[in-house]
Design a protein around this ligand. Structure first.
Ligand code: ADP
Length: 399
């Protein structure tokens, strides 16, 4: 039988491109994974094989490696790693699919043009997501490219959960709540369906706590509400983003301090959150290790905001049965989990401190008799690989 080819996943963020090479199929083996970090600065590439062994490393210290050049470098590297094996398709993470895309979609010129119109809705992410697609379309126009959207999982939300209290014309123009981190939530729900089928259909609140952080209320396996809204700055306080902010603060800064849009963007996305509040770092590990009161204060605000938003999402479902933690902080920081769950005792949650403190993989960490609390490691690249593989199969089945 001829080689069906490898599924290549690209997850392009604002300053990095993560990638994975997978065998096709729902749970195709991960062959290689890695990332190019610090694009536009002292860029560095590292690739590991499935055992975790580093197989390639390279640096571009001169600041010239942007997303387009990095994609070209990655294509070259992929050819070397695959040693003659074909690529079946590329799967991409695309932050914004607007109101149009609720499913992974094969990208052609028309789809790409449509996705480009969403750049103003996600200026810090969408252009970087689209750059690799454009480069690959030029370099290998015959190869299928599948866009997988961070907004898609939330398209199931009821209309009320998607609207702001704005004049109708603005809502119709697309100024609405979209929600993000959808590939992560989708992956977690799929994991629970396989491993905890009794829980998967219940009322879940999933806490994706990384540098970017959000919560999602999931009922019957579908998103019904989320803390992120029109952009990925809404909701929880994050590493460097404010989270929910009284819009009056923006008017005040514009009128009293002469802020323009660029300066507001920098404040909202890069100077605030754990970094701004602590004045020390955006990184949870650094803050947990710091003896400075400002570090503890920033973490306390991070936790307080999560607890309050859990209350809000519980209200959207008239209750909550299961709490799930995921992403860098959610998976690794036992102290954050303990503090959040303590704040949610009124909802029937309590942790087993020993289980919470024990590391490693998916696990239940609630006290016996309390509502289930789980840690479930997320894997957005795996979800993209799955969708890309499925999209190819569907195309193959079409008459
Ligand atoms: P991104 O949103 O960039 O994908 P991640 O999901 O990788 O972010 O999460 C990054 C966050 O996770 C950082 O704040 C980091 O400090 C935190 N983190 C990672 N490992 C640990 C750990 N062992 N203990 C506490 N925090 C951790």
């Amino acid at each position: 039988m001829s080689d069906p080819g490898v599924i290549t996943v690209l997850n392009a963020g604002s300053s990095s491109i993560k990638f994975g090479l997978y065998e096709p199929g729902v749970d195709g083996v991960l062959l290689y994974h890695g990332q190019i970090e610090r694009l536009g600065g002292a860029a560095h590439l590292k690739v590991s094989d499935r055992s975790g062994k580093t197989v390639a490393e390279q640096s571009w210290p001169d600041g010239t490696l942007d997303h387009r050049r990095a994609t070209a470098e990655f294509l070259e590297l992929g050819r070397t790693l695959l040693a003659g094996r074909p690529v079946a398709a590329f799967g991409h993470r695309v932050v914004h699919g607007g109101v149009w895309f609720s499913q992974p979609t094969r990208v052609d010129a028309a789809v790409l043009a449509r996705l480009a119109t969403l750049v103003p809705l996600a200026p810090l992410h969408q252009p970087h997501n689209l750059a690799p697609i454009e480069v690959i379309a030029e370099a290998a126009p015959h190869l299928p490219q599948i866009a997988c959207f961070d907004t898609a999982f939330h398209r199931s939300q009821p209309e009320l959960a998607q609207e702001f209290g704005l004049p109708r014309a603005l809502t119709d123009e697309g100024v609405r709540r979209y929600g993000f981190h959808g590939l992560s939530y989708d992956y977690i729900v799929a994991r629970l369906r396989e491993s905890e089928p009794d829980l998967a259909g219940q009322r879940l609140i999933i806490a994706h706590l990384g540098n970017g952080a959000s919560l999602c209320a999931v009922q019957g396996g579908r998103s019904v509400a989320s803390t992120m809204g029109f952009t990925a700055v809404d909701g929880l306080m994050m590493g460097t983003r404010t989270g929910t902010l009284d819009p009056g603060v923006l008017l005040y800064l514009m009128e009293e301090h002469g802020y323009d849009a660029r300066r507001l963007e920098d404040l909202l996305y890069r100077q605030s959150g754990l970094l701004g509040v602590s004045g020390i770092a955006s990184d949870m590990r650094t803050l947990r290790q710091s003896a400075e009161p400002a570090a503890a204060h920033a973490v306390a605000l991070f936790v307080y905001r999560i607890v309050r938003e859990i209350g809000s999402l519980a209200a959207a479902m008239s209750g909550v049965d299961v709490l799930v933690f995921t992403a860098g902080i959610g998976e690794n920081d036992a102290a954050t989990r303990a503090e959040v769950v303590q704040g949610c005792a009124w909802l029937g949650f309590a942790l087993d401190p020993v289980r919470n403190g024990a590391g490693g993989g998916q696990r239940r960490i609630n006290e016996a008799g309390a509502r289930p609390v789980l840690v479930v490691p997320t894997d957005e690249e795996r979800m993209i690989a799955r969708y890309t593989s499925a999209a190819l199969n569907q195309e193959g089945e079409q008459p």
